[in-house]
Design a binder for this molecule. Sequence first.
Ligand SMILES: Nc1ncnc2c1ncn2[C@@H]1O[C@H](COP(=O)(O)OP(=O)(O)OP(=O)(O)O)[C@@H](O)[C@H]1O
Ligand SMILES: [Mg+2]
Length: 418
Amino acid sequence: MSDEEDVSVQNKPKKKKRTQRVIFYAADCWYSVVKERVKQLGWKTVEDEKLDAKANLFWVDCSKLHDRLKILQPWQVMNHFPGMPNIARKNSMGQNLNRMLKMFPKEYAFYPRTWILPNQMSDFRNQFDSHNNALDNKIFIVKPDAGCQGRGIFLTKTLDKIPIGENVVAQMYLKNPLLIDGYKFDLRIYCFVASVKPLRVYLFQDGLVRMCTQEYVRPNKDNIEQSCMHLTNYAVNKHNDNFQQPDDDDGDSGSKRSLQWFMDWIREEHGNDKADWLWKRMGTIIMRTLLSIIPILSREYDQHFKSFTGVPVDIRKIHTSTTGSNGYSASQPTGNGSTGSGSEGVGAASRGGRMQSRSNSFKQREQSQEREQHDAATTDDENTRKEQNRTNNTTTNGDQQESENESEETGPQLRGSR
Ligand SMILES: Nc1ncnc2c1ncn2[C@@H]1O[C@H](COP(=O)(O)OP(=O)(O)OP(=O)(O)O)[C@@H](O)[C@H]1O
Ligand SMILES: [Mg+2]
């Protein structure tokens, strides 16, 4: 290069560096909270269909999901993975979990026994006597396949109540849940699936505890229809006069509390070891649920995104939730400012005095729930077990599986209590 050329290059006016701005396509987004957050982040929002090719982030809350996936470009991301409905719909999730249970009876004994109806009606019928009454005092909870917010869900002891020909799941009702102050509750836990190939999952350190508004009594003929006693959904309980709005932002009171409060409560009531075990266990269950659809996700990925390859699928190598081998992990993002450790929460000691577990201890609950779930997963399913024993010499019977699996499934601290 000559000196002259060199000078001319140096004198060239510098191009103004263009900052890359996220362009958010909002035409298929139904939630104002998402749009507001996008605005706060300083991202640009477009709604015009003609501009969709310019967008690099899509939020789709409607049936256009598959159309969008088909035309998604490599520089574009969206809020769904193809194949996720396989665990978002009750029938599909039941089917996938049941399939895994057959292959991995120990690892998948974490959910109540589930029948997909009407397909599994003949097996389900075996749970009832000739008068259509449930055997062994069992109670079933029946849920419409595509329902949410507790809609259409009911408890039953008789076969007559099952709607004929409708797509529903029937599940063993867990009669002995852990209670907070005498009330049934559930946990809403948020996990973020950042990547499917390889599977990368983040477990958010906060979430919601949603409480019933009527004190819990094991189901009997007088209370079996009381949804505010048996269903923990906010949509069900918010209409009850007993519903208590939380006092403040701490999430430590009222009918909706925070997951961080709950973990503090567990620590105080049941000790650090159990709280640590529980947190890991929740991560494990999330991972195993996701793993149940890995083959489907993998297939869908290959169809939609041809360049992705190589999903490790040997589930036996995945031992816990918080870190996994083969690139699987359920990790806890840190330093995001909005979450702290659920364990060392400020004010834990002062909250402890106010919150008292009314009746059943964690240990008892754990024992009986494990028994209910174990019944559901192994004891009742003789046919499955026989079939497995026939086809796989290394598979042991249900009782052996339970004891072999104690340390992972129940935690070492619960062993003595069984
Ligand atoms: N097997 C069970 N044993 C005891 N209680 C259950 C069982 N299944 C569900 N419940 C109760 O019923 C509530 C509603 O059930 P579920 O969460 O399955 O359906 P949904 O809330 O209508 O749908 P989704 O959560 O898929 O949006 C749960 O939050 C829980 O309180
Ligand atoms: Mg629910």
